[in-house]
Design a protein around this ligand. Structure first.
Ligand code: ASP
Length: 450
């Protein structure tokens, strides 16, 4: 049995949904189908999830939100009409959207979560309905009923262990199960969503829970590429990659698969196939537990901006037992997650995401580091990007760091930070955001040729 997940572009309109149906019907093992909300039909289009968020925000600001919601309904109208579905399908979607928009807003987060989930819920209903009308037994399954239990963290939920046992029963369901991605319920019965792009996580959880032989993730590219095609022209496709390589590349900006989607399948040892809905015959990329490293120790190069470094220096820091704990405890108190902590003898840098570190947070943290930790010096550098060179061959190949740093030098890019050692499969470099393109292009040429 296989779990097949289809992303937003795969269900953006009726033409795309027809491709999904063909793919599902082509393999009787594809028994669980997870769908996203309809995504962009063209580069300047708006995703249904974003339209729903706009409608929710309008209502929370005291406006009716009906105008924004009309844009959502129009998307489903177009799909239902082009699929030739009976009028009732749309009537029930309109009623569902009305009900969500009209719900109480006293708890803003709760209201917004239910609005966001409407994209996937109604898309899954439509796909199940169309499959049924086309003569294939298919059933929409509501995540709450199936037991997809999530932590009570609105917009950032994680799957709870208890969910796996409950979801296992999906294996026994007749026909094709069409399951909406992106949301589940907390133990207290509250609807909660995963982080954005989280339908990938839903698919991975269902694959792990049901012991699927394969998790297929259908998107709009033929494969994962060795570098971002926006930075490198025609980068080479990656046929096979390990979970941990993929995890590191996803973390650093490879957006093909959500980085939290790998953990459930990794634990269950289920391979993942990244495939293209628009070209299902292409071999795609397989994400597997181990691979032959061969002559190519590096599998990909990724980069992502939006970080800042908090640099702390204190003479004899190395002898001050508990300094690191107290420093990180301070970030914990302020609710700021840290990403990396490169360190020297008397200094330590804490790399954090800028989204968690506005001017107010910076003011509080710097003051506390000076007064509570009596640091000699503390400063912040913004606009940092992390460039990662990733590959299973990393830790046993001599000379890779030299090749990487030479590539940076060749591009005239200054290295703000180097972090290597903790991860066996990657080397991480901090550079200024403005220098990312030059850095990635030079690294790509070094490791893969021009
Ligand atoms: N529809 C949600 C989003 O746009 C989840 C997903 O597509 O995976 O983030």
């Amino acid at each position: 049995m296989k779990v097949a997940k289809f992303g937003g572009s795969s269900v953006a309109d009726a033409t795309q949904i027809l491709k999904v149906v063909d793919i599902v019907k082509a393999d009787p093992d594809r028994r669980i189908v997870v769908v996203s909300a309809p995504g962009k039909r063209s580069s300047d289009d708006i995703k249904v999830t974003d339209l729903l968020i706009a409608a929710a925000e309008a209502r929370l600001k005291g406006r009716p939100g009906t105008e924004e919601m009309a844009a959502v309904l129009a998307r489903y109208e177009e799909i239902a009409r082009d699929l030739g579905l009976a009028a009732e399908a749309l009537t029930s979607i309109a009623a569902d959207l009305d009900e969500r928009l009209g719900a109480a807003t006293a708890d803003g987060a709760r209201f917004t979560e239910a609005m966001k989930a409407a994209g996937e819920a109604n898309c899954a209903r439509l796909v199940a309905e169309y499959l049924g009308a086309a003569g294939t037994e298919a059933h929409f399954v509501e995540p709450g009923e199936a037991g997809l239990l999530l932590s009570e963290e609105p917009g950032n939920a994680r799957v709870l262990e208890a969910a796996y046992g409950r979801l296992r029963a999906l294996r026994q369901r007749p026909g094709i199960t069409v399951f909406p991605g992106f949301y589940g319920y907390s133990p207290s019965g509250r609807l909660v969503t995963f982080p954005r792009g989280g339908s990938d996580i839903t698919g991975a959880v269902l694959a792990a829970a049901t012991g699927a032989e394969l998790y297929e993730n259908f998107t709009d590219v033929d494969s994962v590429f060795a570098a971002d095609p926006k930075l490198v022209s025609e980068p080479r496709p990656v046929a096979e990659i390990t979970y941990r390589e993929m995890r590191e590349l996803s973390y650093a900006g490879f957006s093909v698969l959500h980085d939290e989607a790998l953990e459930p399948v990794f634990r269950a040892g289920i391979p993942v196939a990244v495939k293209n809905t628009n070209n299902p015959a292409a071999p795609g990329t397989r994400i597997v537990p181990t691979r032959q490293v061969g002559a190519e120790p590096v599998v990909g190069i990724a980069a992502t901006g939006g970080f800042c470094t908090v640099f702390i220096s204190k003479y004899l820091m190395n002898r001050e037992i508990g300094f690191g704990r107290r420093l990180l405890g301070l970030f914990e108190d302020e609710g700021i997650p840290f990403e990396h902590t490169p360190s020297g003898i008397d200094n330590l840098s804490v790399v954090v995401g800028e989204e968690y570190f506005d001017q107010a947070a910076e003011g509080r943290v710097l003051k506390r580091v000076r007064t509570e930790l009596e640091a000699d010096e503390v400063s912040v550098k913004r606009g940092l990007a992390l460039v990662m060179v990733v590959g299973e061959g990393m830790h046993q190949t001599v000379g890779l760091a030299a090749r990487a740093t030479t590539a940076f030098a060749r591009a005239g890019v200054n290295l703000e930070m180097i972090n290597q050692g903790s991860s066996e499969v990657s080397m991480m470099f901090g550079v200024k955001e403005a220098e990312v393109a030059a850095a990635v292009q030079s690294l790509y040429t070094e490791f893969f040729g021009s």
